[in-house]
Design a protein around this ligand. Sequence first.
Ligand SMILES: [Zn+2]
Length: 278
Amino acid sequence: MPELPEVEVTRLGIQPHLEGQQVTDAHIIDGRLRWPVPSNLRTILAGQTLHRIERRGKYLLFQMDTGHLLIHLGMTGVLRVLPVQEPLKPHDRVVVVFGKRSLRLHDPRKFGAVLWHASKRGSIEDHPLLLKLGTEPFSTDFAGDLGAAVLYRCSRGRSVAVKSFLLAGQAVVGVGNIYCSESLFEAGIHPAKPAGKLTKPQCARLATAVRMVLKKAIAAGGSTLRDFVDSEGKQGYFTMQSKVYDRRGEPCRVCKTPIRQIVQGQRSTYFCPACQKR
Ligand SMILES: [Zn+2]
């Protein structure tokens, strides 16, 4: 499933080819995604200029003249910029044409989303899908000491395990299952520790670890940027070398203690029992 780093790498991959371009056409091949794609997409978009592509959590926000096109990749979505004459592939769902280029959403499992938010309905930040998202990990609101303050404030009174607290994304967005294990390891925090028991220094270490782990994952995707404009490009997503995730029984890269796996909220968590104390 594409996580925040993959979505950010997608944004970086397509942005240079589309920003400033005008939409000339749009086709819906199969609009039965997580929510129905607006059937009048072509009427809405044709003639509009794409000014900027931004990201909020795992949503890509295409800022047009009169509103925003929201795209979510769901479980299996991939966006590509391809020549308009390039034949469609099975599972291509939506195509937005920019003159000689086309932006294509390929989504075998159809959990992705393509939605329109008109500016006259209010600010994009107040869209119901974006309103409850936690702080962006790379925003100024999460930079330096502010990140620690966000984690400390949001975790007070919470008895839920810190792993589940992070994964929920209500404090900070983008820390998917892999990145939860990796961030807690980097911060030296046991994944089962109740979130409300995190100390201020632990929150500071965790905020730093979250930023570092996500940055590393985005950097790992840098080598795949060309795939976004290549029909032969890899459809899968990159993987970064993990320190604990998916390494059960293997020696900790710091202390050689075997990595342990536990299940929290039906998701696997990996940690080092020696480096990560409760
Ligand atoms: Zn260790």
